[in-house]
Design a protein around this ligand. Structure first.
Ligand SMILES: [Zn+2]
Length: 137
């Protein structure tokens, strides 16, 4: 059984809220409540991961755009990175997952060392979560 808690402001029963990585309680009537970012194993991971873009002859525009965005470089440089491959400086687990998600969605091949123990949501999923949040209201 979920314990019911009245809203401090209007007395309506407040409900648990879970939206992507955010959890908390919220009042369906006045919106009063609190949220917190859910702690995941990834947050306490202090390892550094190395992400390498695999060299590819692809001229996929999404891939080039994604690389250009991540590396903050121009289109020509991004295409060269895609052709030759690229090794990012070591990143923490969250940064690695975010970068890998963008690359995955754009169809860029990559490799992470050491082995990355977390699922990599395509970055599109982050946007989908936002939509789900709106649907729940
Ligand atoms: Zn309320």
């Amino acid at each position: 059984m979920i314990k019911t808690i009245p809203c401090d402001k209007c007395g309506t029963e407040i409900r648990p809220l879970k939206q992507g990585y955010t959890v908390g309680m919220t009042c369906p009537r006045c919106g009063y409540g609190w949220v917190t970012t859910q702690m995941e194993a990834i947050d306490s991971d202090t390892s550094q991961y190395t992400l390498k873009i695999a060299p590819s002859p692809s001229k996929n525009l999404d891939a080039i755009r994604a690389i250009s965005g991540i590396c903050a470089c121009n289109f020509i440089e991004a295409r060269a990175i895609l052709e030759k491959g690229y090794e990012f400086p070591p990143m923490n687990a969250r940064e690695t997952r975010k970068t890998a998600g963008i690359l995955s969605e754009a169809g860029v091949g990559y490799r992470i060392t050491p082995e990355f123990p977390y699922a990599i949501p395509e970055s599109r999923d982050f946007f989908k979560r936002k939509d789900e949040m709106q649907d729940e209201n």
